[in-house]
Design a protein around this ligand. Structure first.
Ligand SMILES: Nc1ncnc2c1ncn2[C@@H]1O[C@H](COP(=O)(O)OP(=O)(O)OP(=O)(O)O)[C@@H](O)[C@H]1O
Length: 449
């Protein structure tokens, strides 16, 4: 069977001889083959624009060329470059794959898994990450001393992994003899399970404890994994007691990770828990500028400001928007201007705006607004501070979505449709008289729309 690279090379040659240079350079050249299992070929593309174009225009050609090359039906699957790193993180570690020549090793042990692009040099410092950045720098200079463990937490795509790996990359640059290990919590879990299944727990322990810096990404995935938590507890203690540095990331503070053992929660707070918050406008502009320079893109300042104003959620999306603009400019063979960006991002914004509001969106917004948990919002508690938000959420679900009463009841922990009617009637009555509640509901509605 052809491997992914040889198959992709042959397919690219076909595309090259059957399409224009512009099409080839814009749509085919940036594609990377990720895997091929004999029937599905997974390709990574730089932007959603590329993915749309491939799906709408190029798939029939690809299937046809692949049939000629392999004599079989090949189905393409597309993922985005920005997701590849994440997929790598999430992929279970298979220590015994057929073509793995070194079957006795943990795959983990073969390399440190650091992405060389995640450095301090290309990390832009802003208000939301300056404390995390400063702590990371100190730890890279003196691991195991001041902040142990160093714990980054914050929302998706805000640079936790980048900063964590920058510590490892800097340390290796300054002190190549350092034994640095980066691993996702899933990979740790998978290695541990493999070790148990193959009676190699001693080897596993050596692998994880004989390091100078251990970094575990996304430890919220330890939630509910009792055995892994137990093992990690001992790994942590061993490293900590030997003054080895531990760096951890999570999407929330340790106390909020569900079913995380109390003794781990308290240990994670021993060092420095530091949050990373979304970048402000200036930081977003600086990030875009830096990225544009790295990609040799010429973009006027006001255009950069316009892009940064459009995407305010996370840096990964900001980078995605820039790739989309880049592809669009190539496709149209026009320089990047604010007008072109407007065109390029219009689809992106439209798709967001057009997405149908769901009951879950409403539940999240209402729970947040009233500072109660989703479980309480959907549960059976009868306190006024919970019943009122619950009824408001039902009322809004009825008003702002097309869901039926039984469906709304079901989404609220399986309640009867008469409960939903009662809630809607009650809120409709109260807002006639209560201007505060009217204002609250109107605030929630505008946040949702
Ligand atoms: N301050 C920054 N300067 C430059 N690039 C950044 C910055 N913050 C994030 N990035 C880039 O944004 C992308 C997403 O960052 P990263 O993967 O580190 O986020 P994360 O917080 O670990 O997200 P997740 O929780 O989803 O794993 C990466 O390409 C990273 O290089």
């Amino acid at each position: 069977m052809l491997d992914k690279d040889s198959l992709w090379q042959k397919l690219s040659e076909q595309f090259r001889s059957n399409t224009t240079d512009l099409t080839y350079d814009t749509w085919i050249k940036p594609v990377k083959p990720i895997s091929f299992d004999g029937s599905t070929l997974t390709l990574s593309l730089p932007s959603e624009l590329h993915r749309d174009y491939w799906k709408n225009q190029l798939v029939p050609n690809l299937v046809e060329y692949a049939f000629v090359i392999t004599k079989g039906n090949i189905e393409p699957k597309f993922i985005l470059d920005s997701d590849v790193n994440k997929e790598d993180k999430a992929k279970p570690v298979d220590n015994h794959s057929a073509d793995d020549s070194d079957q006795d090793e943990f795959s983990f042990s073969k390399e440190n898994h650091l992405n060389p692009n995640y450095t301090f040099d290309n990390f832009i410092i802003g208000k939301g990450n300056q404390m995390a950045h400063a702590a990371a720098l100190i730890v890279s200079e003196e691991p195991g001393k001041l902040y142990n463990p160093l714990f980054f937490y914050g929302g998706v795509g805000l640079g936790k992994t980048h900063l964590m790996q920058a510590i490892g990359n800097k340390r290796l640059e300054d002190h190549p003899e350092t034994n640095v290990k980066y691993v996702t919590s899933e990979a740790f879990t998978n290695d541990f399970i493999n070790a148990i299944q193959t009676n190699r727990t001693e080897e596993f322990r050596r692998e994880y404890r004989d390091v100078d810096i251990l970094m575990v990404d996304d430890i919220q995935f330890f939630a509910q994994k009792e055995g892994t938590q137990e093992e990690f507890f001992h790994t942590f203690n061993d490293l900590y007691n030997n003054d080895k540095q531990i760096v951890l990331t999570s999407d929330r503070v340790p106390q909020e990770i569900p079913k995380l053992q109390e003794r781990l929660v308290s240990r994670f707070a021993w060092g420095l828990p530091v949050d990373i918050t979304p970048p402000d406008l200036e930081t977003r502009i600086a990030i875009l500028k830096n990225k544009a320079e790295l990609d040799n893109l010429v973009i006027p300042n006001d255009t950069l400001t316009y892009i940064a104003g459009q995407i305010d959620s996370n840096v990964r999306e900001l980078e995605g928007a820039l790739s989309r603009v880049q592809a669009y400019s190539k496709l149209k063979d026009e320089p990047i201007t604010t007008d072109l960006v407007y065109e390029a991002l219009r689809g992106l914004k439209l798709s967001k705006d057009n997405r149908e509001l769901s009951i879950v969106d409403i539940q999240n917004k209402v729970a947040n607004y009233f500072h109660i948990s989703i479980n309480d919002l959907k549960g059976k508690k009868r306190m006024k501070s919970i019943v009122m938000p619950r009824q408001i959420a039902m009322y809004l679900s009825r008003e702002m979505t097309n869901n039926s009463l039984p469906k709304i009841g079901k989404e609220f922990g399986g309640k009867d449709h008469t409960t939903v009617i009662h809630a809607c009637d009650k809120i409709a009555e109260i807002i006639k008289l209560d201007s505060d509640l009217r204002k609250e509901i109107s605030d929630i509605k505008s946040a949702l729309s």
